[in-house]
Design a protein around this ligand. Structure first.
Ligand SMILES: *Cc1c(COP(=O)(O)O)cnc(C)c1O
Length: 459
């Protein structure tokens, strides 16, 4: 498979180069030159189906045997034999639990695999990289866990000192691998992000340290997520609606791709918290940025959904020049509007949307617990709330699957407030608060952070 940039002027690349590059040189995101179609399946397990779904995207850079090995290892880290089990909550309604991976968030589904793909490709090329990233919580721990123990990758994750939850911090600081480093910055999450950007913009530093990233825009992450839409949809006799708690649009985009590949999917519900830029776009065809408001579902507290660019590219008939122009204008004006006929073709009948503030989220966690006994985390609760709201009083007449994106024990305060029950950490993390922490603290200063990165990654 060859890949093209959504902004039309970067060189075409194969899968392995796209994996390592992340962003294209023209500032765009890589997408495959075409959407392969699902073939008849003989798969029994999740791993077998994952290999069938992803093979056309990775060949010839990875062969079937290699992909099978990488998927087998990645999904052996999940604590459920079905990897991403479907749990019924009501007539015609299911939740797909994507949180059985090592760090209890759906990001593990992609990052456990992507970390291993990095290591494999780098080993083949005799190269070594240093992944740097910033996190407000979930992504950092999933990224660290995904590459911990990889031989050809060092990882340094910056997090804002005192501003992550104890569970989130400990998931990063207790990983006992010499190549994994969590660094507390005396500043905010935005400061951490700015420091990462500045490190990448320092060409000399970037080259010397072979900097790399595993952002949510990395194609391989989106690709890995298409698999569970395929397996879930294939479980049902009728086409499915998916309700997806949404931040950077990576997860729901993966669903859209699964449908392009022929998976029996009816449509998508985009669920947001108070930061509802995507819901407003779906409902009004108009995207306007506002300030980010902190909520109980922090992984959805975003202003600009980076992966939306891939859908916009499709809406523009794969015209990279037009996409680049629209996004440049969006950066300047904070406003993006699409033509009514584009909206009719890509949004109407394909996406619905709803947003919920913290009070409504807590009410929904409480409702689901009362009706089913299930504890939902605040992100997942926006998804079931949207599914309930948009299907009306009679309930759906076809299957609806809500993506449960985090384990409730990652957000124990909100869940306890809603239900009176404090969710326990699963067994493999039960001793998280007894494990020794290893972390460094650094000033919000580029030179200091760069010196620390070099000290940590060059023993
Ligand atoms: C990252 C994340 C999301 C948002 O996913 P996107 O792919 O950015 O839309 C939702 N819920 C949880 C728990 C997450 O960690």
């Amino acid at each position: 498979m060859r890949y093209v940039s959504t902004r039309g002027s970067a060189p075409e690349l194969g899968f392995a180069d796209v994996l390592l590059a992340g962003l294209a040189t023209d500032g765009g995101l890589y997408v495959p030159e075409r959407w392969p179609q699902l073939a008849a399946s003989s798969a029994v397990t999740y791993v077998e189906r994952a290999v069938e779904v992803m093979l056309p995207f990775v060949e010839p850079d990875l062969d079937e045997l290699t992909l099978t090995q990488l998927c087998t290892e990645a999904y052996a880290t999940f604590r459920h034999p079905a990897v991403v089990p479907l749990v019924q909550i009501e007539h015609h309604q299911w939740v797909q639990e994507l949180f059985h991976g090592p760090t209890l968030a759906f990001k593990d589904v992609a990052l456990q695999l992507v970390g291993r793909m990095f290591d494999h490709v780098l080993a083949e090329r005799g190269r070594r990289v240093t992944i740097v990233g910033a996190t407000s919580g979930d992504t950092g721990s999933a990224a660290i866990d995904g590459v911990a123990g990889c031989e050809h990758v060092d990882i340094v994750i910056l997090y804002p000192l005192g501003r992550t939850s104890d569970v989130q911090r400990r998931q990063m600081t207790t990983v006992d691998q010499p190549n994994a480093h969590a660094v507390a910055v005396e500043g905010t999450f935005d400061d951490c992000q700015d420091l990462v950007k500045a490190m990448f913009n320092d060409v000399d530093f970037r080259e010397r340290n072979q900097l790399s990233a595993v952002n949510s825009i990395n194609w391989a992450r989106v690709m890995a997520q298409t698999v569970y839409y395929v397996t879930a949809a294939e479980t049902f006799a009728d086409p499915v609606t998916f309700s997806v708690p949404t931040g950077n649009f990576g997860n729901v985009l993966a669903g859209w791709i699964a449908r392009e590949m022929g998976a029996p999917i009816r449509d998508f519900i985009v669920a947001s918290n108070t930061n509802d830029i995507l819901s407003r776009f779906v409902n009004d065809g108009d995207m306007t940025t506002r300030d980010v408001v902190p909520t109980l579902s922090p992984s959805m507290d975003i202003q600009v959904s980076s992966n939306f660019e891939r859908l916009l590219f499709e809406m523009n008939g794969r015209d990279g020049g037009l996409t680049a122009e629209q996004l440049t204008r969006f950066r300047v004006t904070g406003h993006l509007a699409v033509e009514p006929d584009q909206r009719d073709r890509f949004v109407t009948g394909h996406f619905r949307a709803a947003s919920f503030d913290d009070d409504a989220t807590v009410t929904e966690i409480s409702r689901i617990h009362r009706e089913t006994g299930m504890l939902l985390d605040p992100h997942s609760a926006t998804g079931t709330a949207a599914a309930a709201l948009l299907t009306g009083l009679d309930g759906p007449d076809h299957p609806i699957v809500t993506m449960a994106t985090a384990h409730p024990a990652k957000f124990p305060e909100a869940v306890e407030r809603a239900t009176g029950v404090r969710p326990a950490l699963p067994e493999h993390l039960a001793d998280l608060f007894d494990r020794p922490e290893r972390t460094e603290t650094v000033a919000n200063d580029l030179a200091a952070v760069q010196a620390l990165v070099e000290r940590l990654t060059r023993p």
